[in-house]
Design a protein around this ligand. Structure first.
Ligand code: ADP
Ligand code: ZN
Length: 742
């Protein structure tokens, strides 16, 4: 072959094959294009990763057969984002492309559906109609149907069976035209109610200032990200909505990221309501879209048919043209981090994409991650603050109850509800107000422990205690889902008095039934919400005041707004505090602040009761005072001293195997190699058993690595991994900016 262009093509399919092909003259092949190529004796489809000019090639390359789509499906910016991800997180560009192009789009069998429609092209004269009514009633019926139809068009299939001849006849009269029309598989078509348009609110001065900061950035050539720190109920959403409106009015598009679509129904609803007039241009990317719906939505977005896209983490790759603004709501949420390869952080990728797109980006939270806070402090991000609630109401009063004292009052185990909380619940019931009880643990009781020998029922595949579930009398592993029957006697010493230790949401629900039998109680956790729409129904019932007390796990911690809730109880607030993770304090602070923020969001003031065994912990004390700055200052000091993020990056290298020794040995070998020529600023930890030593039948060992900058660390570890052969039964995982250390 002579000089020409060579395309590097990633072949579809699980085996991650990348081959070079010659680009035939006249074919407009660009990076991001979908192509058909010869592979062995067949034709395969693939994605062009790169195009290079080749002065000469010394062997004949096979040529690309054709373009599957005339335009590149991956925009240059997204391809650039993908390249950055591959280098930063240390994963192949192949796995990244799989994220950029959802499977529904890569495989061609979900392609657009079309149907035949009849369109009325001219209004029939009255005498023509009259004639047809008498002589050709079928043709007359078709014409009247079309005259009354929206846009004067109807699917041929809607005209009734046996109308083919009549249709032909009216087409001959030049009154009707038949055409092909693409059918969108509309994910919202399942009878969702008509949305009423909401009108913009007059902004408070603080909101106005925040909006101006955002809009000013959207006009910059290289906008800086804006961290919007606004206390719960400060009206961040209203700021998002008005910023989005302005950007849309400038002819650009908006991407909205939320932690989880199913857990943030109110936020999604507020966007739908505000943009009700252009509702067909708002795309909500649910995880339960069918492949066909996903295909249609993706192409609709790419063609500019959706001006606002709302979705969780993976929506960061939505192929919106002329993107003007990205909004990341609850930017501190862990669910933005993907826990499978590529292990990217949706918020961080969003910031990067925004910088490539040169568009504005807002990270909003009442409890920003310390990473984002650090960036705002250093001037990398701009900071906009909303320190007061939008409606001028006070932040809820937070009281801390020392459960060690309660335990002394009640003999026979610690109480679940303190006296203070029970009294407060009774008052709310009397006044017809609502309460939320929050406990970050589902199930009935945590574990089954024998009082005589101390034996705890454990999962045989994972190193965790099984959780007792009352409703169906079984033990469940919350890691792998393993189930077991509840033993009548201790499996170890045969003692029949095996005890229930700790408690979960089911137990709370049961206790409420006893102490407040008149209360209408609903429980929201992963067990109770298995049924489709169960969450939506429960929240609607709560909204309609058909429920007095909502008991739930972190599923109810996010973004919910119920004006009649005046009491929030947080049971066992220090549950997440004593885990081996340097972010434990930060998470506890965030959780308490967020849950407390559900109280007093209407005309009535709110009260929060925090039950804890460690009342003096800074996480609890700063949350009690709604003092993010105070918490951040002391927590940052600790992070700085111990070189933890946001001062540098922390990665985890994990080895897993069914053979304990092999997992440990493999990781020790890798550690020795990593230690050679270690980049200067990297802190290399020891090989340690993971806090969760065994999960899914696999033993786990880990090393933490800390470094001032991420890329050199990733590059070094990847280089070692690439040249170290691993035993077949050992899996090694590298997680840059890890959030999960279990
Ligand atoms: P956040 O998202 O910060 O938690 P929300 O956007 O949910 O806060 O706002 C809390 C409440 O305040 C909502 O009921 C909202 O309608 C109301 N609100 C927001 N902005 C204003 C405003 N400028 N004037 C009056 N009420 C407002
Ligand atoms: Zn298990």
């Amino acid at each position: 072959m002579l000089a020409g262009v060579i395309a590097r093509v990633l072949i579809d399919g699980p085996s991650e094959l990348v081959f070079d092909y010659a680009v035939p003259p006249g074919l407009d092949v660009r990076p991001g294009c979908r192509v058909r190529v010869p592979l062995r004796r067949k034709t395969a489809s693939g994605t062009v990763l790169a195009c290079v000019d080749a002065a000469q090639a010394d062997f004949a390359l096979r040529a690309i057969e054709s373009l599957a789509d005339p335009e590149p499906l991956i925009t240059p910016v997204l391809l650039e984002t993908g390249r950055w991800m591959a280098g930063y997180y240390g994963c192949g560009i192949e796995t990244v492309v799989r994220s950029l192009l959802p499977e529904a789009v890569r495989t061609e069998d979900h392609s657009a559906k079309s149907r035949r429609v009849a369109v009325l092209t001219d209004t029939p004269a009255p005498d023509v109609l009259e004639r047809l009514r008498k002589r050709a009633p079928r043709q007359h019926a078709i014409l009247t149907l079309l005259m009354n139809a929206a846009d004067r068009r109807l699917a041929v299939s809607d005209l009734g069976d046996g109308s083919a001849a009549a249709l032909k006849a009216v087409a001959k009269l030049s009154l009707v035209r038949i055409e092909q029309e693409d059918v969108r598989r509309d994910p919202d078509s399942d009878g969702s109610a008509e949305v009423l348009e909401s009108t913009p609110l007059a902004l408070t001065p603080a909101q106005q200032a925040a909006l101006e900061v955002i809009l000013a950035q959207s006009r910059e050539a290289t906008p800086r990200p804006v961290l919007l720190l606004g206390v719960t109920g400060s009206g961040k959403t209203e700021v998002y909505l008005q910023a989005a409106r302005q950007v849309i009015d400038q002819g650009k598009t908006v991407l909205v990221l939320v932690p989880e679509i199913s857990l943030t129904p109110q936020t999604v609803q507020r966007f739908k309501a505000r943009f009700a007039a252009m509702q067909d241009q708002v795309a909500v990317l649910h995880s339960h879209l069918s492949q066909g719906e996903r295909f249609d939505e993706w192409h609709r977005i790419r063609k500019g048919g959706a001006r606002i896209v709302i979705g969780a983490r993976s929506a960061v790759f939505a192929p919106l043209p002329s993107l003007g603004l990205i909004l990341v709501d609850e930017e501190h949420e862990n669910s933005y981090k993907q826990e499978t390869v590529p292990r990217y952080h949706g918020r961080d990728v969003a910031v990067l994409r925004a910088s490539f797109e040169k568009c504005a980006i807002v990270l909003g939270s009442a409890t920003p991650s310390l990473e984002s806070w650090h960036n705002a402090q250093s001037g990398k991000y701009l900071l906009a603050r909303l320190d007061e609630r939008a409606d001028g109401r006070a932040m809820p009063m937070v009281r801390v109850t020392d459960m060690r004292m309660e335990a002394r009052k009640h003999k026979g185990g610690p109480a679940v509800l303190s006296d203070k909380l029970r009294t407060a619940l009774e008052q709310r019931l009397e006044r017809g107000e609502q309460s939320i009880l929050f406990l970050n643990r589902r199930g009935f009781a945590r574990s089954l422990q024998c009082p005589s020998c101390g034996h705890v029922c454990q999962c045989p595949h994972c190193s965790v205690a099984l959780t007792y579930h009352r409703t169906d009398e079984r033990l469940v592993c919350h890691v792998c889902g393993h189930q077991a029957v509840v033993p009548r006697r201790c499996p170890e010493c045969r003692d029949p008095s095996i005890l229930l230790q700790g408690y979960g949401t089911q137990k709370v629900e049961e206790i409420l039934g006893k102490v407040l039998p008149q209360a209408r109680v609903a429980r929201i956790d992963a067990d109770a919400m298995r049924r489709k729409h169960a969450l939506r129904d429960a929240l609607n019932a709560f909204q309609a005041n058909k429920i007095d007390i909502l008991v739930g796990t972190q599923m109810i911690a996010k973004g919910l707004h119920f004006p009649n809730v005046t009491l929030v109880g947080i049971l066992h607030a220090d549950l997440g505090l004593h885990v081996p993770d340097f972010r434990a304090g930060e998470r506890t602070f965030q959780l308490i602040t967020q849950v407390a923020g559900r109280a007093g969001r209407g005309d009535l003031s709110g009260e929060v009761i925090v039950q804890t065994f460690t009342p003096h912990s800074p996480s609890i004390q700063y949350a009690r005072r709604h003092d993010f700055d105070g918490f951040a200052a002391q927590e940052m000091e600790f992070r700085r001293q111990f070189h933890f993020p946001p001062y540098g990056h922390c990665a985890v290298l994990t080895a897993r195997s069914a053979h304990e020794r092999r997992a440990e040995f493999t990781l020790s070998t890798l550690r020795l190699r990593i230690a050679e020529q270690l980049p200067a600023d990297v802190l290399l930890g020891e090989v340690l058993p993971s806090p969760l030593v065994k999960a899914h039948g696999q033993f786990r060992f880990q090393i933490t690595l800390r470094a001032a900058s991420a890329r050199p660390l990733t590059r070094h570890v990847q280089a070692v991994l690439a040249k170290t052969p691993l035993p077949e039964d050992v899996t090694v995982v590298f997680d840059m900016d890890a959030l999960n250390f279990t």
